[in-house]
Design a binder for this molecule. Structure first.
Ligand code: FE2
Length: 341
């Protein structure tokens, strides 16, 4: 009968009253984990509550004990005391013994006025810094944003480009609306380069080959358990220098540099991923050598596309021929290919 009269909230409080403090702390901790998303907040609140539990000892929580606990911190800065009070208040409310707002006065002082000339001094050392990195514009913008918005230093330090504006997501609005993935974004970029090629025959090759190599990359990477997405991107980019500059000399090494510039501009890959893709491009002309497993995917894909474009034509280049023969075994293709023998 009593339980019916109490209602669900009353029943919950009754259950909590009968629990030892250690169990209360454990239950409330789950609430905190769901409520507090910032690790520092969670850490600080857990510390204060653990001190509160020690203060309680075997006594059940009560507003009087909560106040006597907070009184220990009366000599702390008003903002610190206010934070502690909010943490304890949250717990007491959850426990079902809400406490009145502790009277903690936070001084409402305005920060001292800063002259424009003083603000200018913040920018001078940044702008006169000797660095080859593109950090000057970034640092100046961060300081300017801090001044305009009043953001804290920690907030500025944790700022992501996409926090500033959606246009900085590394993709365009149209691309996001089309829900394009990284491969599609890269293809869009490469298509722009290929469309600029004036020679129709060259342009046709420039489409057929990278798209074919990218597909072969996907097949081989899947078979060997390598990263398919990065392999496709490497395949799309591997000869980009030849097409962008209409120059095939040393195109693997120069292409690795150009590919890095493109990927950095597109902001769709991490530094590590850029390294993996560009290393493969750098060594892709060395078909007679063996490099990393990922590099070998690109070299084999480059070879396979070349051969599959017309499998009736005998491969004269020995390293290419050996690679194709090995791949026939790998893919369990036993049919007599003649041209590989
Ligand atoms: Fe190629």
């Amino acid at each position: 009968m009593l339980e019916v009269l109490l209602g669900p909230e009353g029943r919950r409080r009754l259950i909590l009253r009968n629990l030892p403090n250690a169990e209360l702390a454990r239950l409330y901790d789950s609430e905190l984990v769901l409520k507090l998303h910032k690790p520092k907040n969670l850490r600080d609140t857990r510390t204060v509550l653990s001190h509160f539990m020690s203060h309680l000892g075997a006594y059940p929580p009560s507003p009087e004990l909560a106040r006597s606990f907070l009184a220990q911190y009366a000599n702390r800065k008003p903002r610190t005391l206010y934070r502690y009070a909010q943490m304890i208040k949250g717990f007491m409310k959850w426990y079902g013994e809400p406490m009145a707002d502790p009277k903690v006065k936070i001084p409402k002082t305005l920060p001292p006025y800063t002259e424009d000339s003083e603000i200018g001094k913040l920018f001078e050392p940044i702008e006169s810094k000797q660095t080859h990195k593109k950090s000057i514009v970034r640092d100046s913008l961060l300081v300017a944003l801090g001044l305009k918005s009043g953001m804290r230093r920690s907030e500025l330090a944790n700022l992501e480009t996409q926090d500033v504006h959606a246009d900085f997501l590394g993709t365009t609005k149209e691309e996001r609306e089309m829900d394009m993935n990284r491969i599609e974004i890269l293809r869009n970029y490469i298509d722009e380069v290929l469309l600029n090629m004036t020679d129709v025959v060259e342009r046709r090759c420039a489409y057929v080959h990278p798209y074919g190599v990218a597909q072969s990359c996907a097949l081989i990477a899947l078979k060997r358990g390598e990263n398919v997405e990065l392999a496709v991107m490497a395949g799309m980019l591997h000869d980009i220098y030849s097409y962008a500059r209409m120059d095939t000399s040393d195109h693997a090494h120069k292409g690795a540099t150009l590919a890095r510039e493109i990927l950095e501009e597109l902001q769709i890959t991490s530094k590590v991923e850029i390294g993996i893709i560009c290393d493969a491009i750098y060594s892709h002309s060395d078909k007679e050598l063996t490099h990393s497993a990922f590099d070998e995917v690109l070299k084999d894909a480059d070879t396979l596309q070349y051969w599959l474009y017309n499998p009736l034509v005998e491969l004269l280049n020995q390293p290419r021929k050996e690679r194709c023969t090995r791949m026939m075994v790998e893919f369990d293709i036993t049919r007599d290919t003649n041209v590989l023998e």
